[in-house]
Design a protein around this ligand. Structure first.
Ligand code: NAD
Length: 492
C-alpha cells in the first residue's frame, strides 16, 4: 500500500546555523551540504558545515564555560534542564515536523521519540543534585580516612548519527550537563533540523552560552572534535567503522569514549509465544516504522519449527500491509530510507542475499511512488525465510527494512544462533514460560533483553551493547556515571 503527499503541512525547511557560544553563524569554513528530502530525492536546503577552525573555537568556548558551569549549583543545573525539558515539550509538534524533514521517518513515529526525549531530559535534570560518592575508610586497615569524588570531565565531544536526531541529543546532553560538563556536539550532516531547534531552546532555557555548542558538520568536523586536546571524553552514536577510527584517535591521549553502535538483534519466538504480539512487534520494528533504521531493532527472527509456517504467514501478511509513503501523511506507516546511498546499499544487500540462495518471501524491491514522491528512496518491507544463521544476511547489520527469519528446534540451538554474531545490542524473547524467558535472557550475550515486549528506551534502564555494538551505557545512573570521573582521596 502507498500514501500520497499531504499538502496541508508547512514544508518550509528552517535555516541551520553553527551555534558556538553566543554566536549563531550562517556559514562554516567547510562549505555547505545539500540536504536532500528523502521522500522526493530533491535538494531542499543548503546547510553550512563547520570545519576544524569552528570546532576549535567551540571547544575553547566550552572549555571556558566549564569553569563556571562546574561550580553552578546542582539545583540550578536541575532547574535549567527542567526548563529545557518543558521547552522541548512545548515544541513537540515542531520537533515531530523537523524529524520527518530530517530523515523521512513518519511524523507519527517521530512523535514517540520526541516524547522519549522529553522524559530523558527531565530524568537527567533530576540527577543533577543527587550525585554522591562513597566513604571507603572502613575498608582500610591502617586507619586512613578515605573517600571518593565523582567529578565532571570538562568538555565532552558528542557525535551522533541521523536516525534519531533529537533522541540521540536527549540521551547524551542532559546527562553530560547534569554531571557538570560542557559539550560540543556534531549532529549528522544528513539531519540538521532537529539540532538547530534544540540549540535555540538551550539558549531560551537560560543555559549559559558556551555550555552547549552545536555545529553541523561532516566526518572531518567529527574527527577534529575527537582529536581536540581539550575534549576530555567522547560520546558517540553511529556505526562500528567510524567507532574504530574514533577509538584510534582517542588512543593518542588515552581519551575515554562511550560508543553506541549498531546491532543484529535476535528475536526468539518459542512455540508457546503470543503469536499476535510476537509477529506484530517483530515485523513492525524490523521492516516497518523506521524502515528498519534502528540500532536495537529485532532484525533476525528465530522461530521454533512447530510454529514456523504460521509465523512466516503472519509476518508476510503484516509486512505486505505496511503503508509506505509521505512521512507527513497520518496514514503512512513507513517512509523512505535516509538517502540515495542507503537506498542503493540496501537494495544491494537484498540482491546479494538472493544470489546467495536466501528465500525471499516478501518485498525485495524499490517501491516506486507517483507524483512528488517519484524520486523518493522507498524500499518494500522485505522478508527472507530459512536464512542460514551464519550467512552475511544474518550476520551483518542492514539498517534497512530487511528481516531474516531462521528456524530452530531447541532452546539450546536458539541461544547458540542468537549469540553467533559479533554484535550484542538487544535480544528479544517471545514465550509464555517465564522461567524459560529468564533462563534465555541470562544466556543472551547482549546489553539488554526484552521478554515479550518492545525496547522503548525507558530512562532508567541501561542501554548500550557489547561486542561490535559498543562500549558504555546510556540510561539510569550508569548513563550519568559515564560523564563523571571517579577519584579516590585518602587522609592519613
Ligand atoms: P556513521 O558512523 O557513518 O556516522 C555517525 C556520525 O559520525 C556522523 O555524525 C558522522 O558525520 C560522524 N563521523 C564520520 N566519520 C567520522 C570520523 N572519522 N570521526 C568522527 N566522526 C565521524 O554512522 P551512520 O551510518 O550515520 O549511522 C548508522 C549506525 O548508527 C548504525 O550502525 C546504527 O546501528 C548506529 N546507531 C546506534 C545507536 C545506538 O544507540 N546504539 C543508535 C542509532 C544508530
Amino acid at each position: 500500500m502507498t500514501t500520497a503527499t499531504d499538502t496541508t503541512v508547512d514544508l518550509t525547511r528552517p535555516d541551520v546555523h553553527l551555534h558556538i557560544g553566543t554566536d549563531r553563524r550562517a556559514d562554516g569554513s567547510a562549505g555547505v551540504y545539500e540536504h536532500v528530502n528523502p521522500a522526493t530525492g530533491k535538494v531542499d536546503k543548503i546547510i553550512p558545515l563547520a570545519g576544524p577552525a569552528e570546532v576549535d573555537r567551540a571547544v575553547e568556548i566550552a572549555h571556558e564555560a566549564y569553569k563556571s558551569w562546574r561550580t553552578t549549583s546542582p539545583a540550578e543545573r536541575r532547574r535549567l534542564l527542567l526548563r529545557l525539558a518543558d521547552l522541548i515539550e512545548a515544541n513537540a509538534d515542531e520537533f515531530n515536523r523537523r524529524g520527518a524533514m530530517d530523515n523521512g521517518t513518519p511524523r507519527s513515529v517521530v512523535a514517540n521519540l520526541t516524547g522519549k526525549s522529553i522524559e530523558w531530559t527531565r530524568y537527567y535534570a533530576g540527577w543533577a543534585d543527587k550525585i554522591s560518592a562513597e566513604v571507603t575508610s572502613t575498608l582500610t586497615a591502617d586507619g586512613e580516612f578515605g573517600y571518593t569524588l565523582r567529578q565532571p570531565y570538562g568538555v565532552i565531544g558528542i557525535i551522533i548519527t541521523w536516525n534519531g536526531p533529537l533522541i540521540s541529543l536527549a540521551m547524551k546532553i542532559p546527562a553530560a550537563l547534569a554531571a557538570g560538563n560542557t559539550v560540543v556536539v556534531k549532529p549528522s550532516e544528513l539531519t540538521p533540523f532537529s539540532g538547530e531547534l534544540f540549540a535555540e531552546l538551550v539558549a531560551e532555557a537560560g543555559i549559559p552560552p558556551g555550555v552547549v555548542n552545536i555545529l553541523p558538520g561532516d566526518a572531518a568536523a567529527g574527527a577534529a572534535l575527537v582529536s581536540h586536546p581539550k575534549v576530555q571524553k567522547v560520546s558517540f552514536t553511529g556505526g562500528p567503522v567510524t567507532a574504530r577510527k574514533i577509538l584510534a584517535a582517542c588512543a593518542e591521549d588515552m581519551k575515554p569514549a562511550v560508543l553506541e553502535l549498531g546491532g543484529k538483534s535476535a528475536n526468539i519466538v518459542f512455540e508457546d509465544a503470543d503469536l499476535d504480539a510476537a509477529c506484530g512487534l517483530g515485523t513492525m520494528m524490523s521492516v516497518g516504522a523506521m524502515s528498519g533504521q534502528g540500532c536495537a531493532f529485532p532484525t533476525r527472527m528465530l522461530v521454533q519449527d512447530s510454529v514456523y509456517e504460521e509465523v512466516l504467514a503472519r509476518v508476510t501478511a503484516i509486512a505486505e500491509s505496511i503503508t509506505i509513503g509521505d512521512p507527513f501523511s497520518p496514514t503512512t506507516m513507513a517512509g523512505p530510507v535516509v538517502n540515495q546511498a542507503a537506498h542503493e546499499r540496501i537494495l544491494g544487500v537484498i540482491a546479494e542475499a538472493k544470489a546467495a540462495g536466501a528465500r525471499l518471501v516478501s518485498g525485495g524491491n524499490a517501491r516506486a511512488l507517483a507524483g512528488e514522491l517519484a524520486g523518493g528512496f522507498f524500499i518494500e518491507p522485505t522478508v527472507f525465510a530459512e536464512v542460514d544463521p551464519y550467512s552475511g544476511l544474518a550476520q551483518n547489520e542492514v539498517f534497512g527494512p530487511v528481516l531474516a527469519i531462521t528456524k530452530f528446534s531447541t532452546e539450546e540451538e536458539a541461544i547458540e544462533i542468537a549469540n553467533a554474531t559479533r554484535y550484542g545490542l538487544s535480544g528479544y524473547i517471545q514465550t509464555k514460560d517465564l522461567k524459560r524467558g529468564l533462563r534465555v535472557a541470562e544466556a543472551m550475550i547482549t546489553g539488554e533483553v526484552l521478554i515479550n515486549g518492545a525496547s522503548n528506551l525507558p530512562v532508567n534502564r541501561p542501554f548500550g551493547g557489547v561486542g561490535l555494538s559498543g562500549v558504555g551505557k546510556e540510561g539510569g545512573f550508569g548513563g550519568i556515571d559515564e560523564f563523571l570521573r571517579l577519584k579516590g582521596i585518602g587522609i592519613a
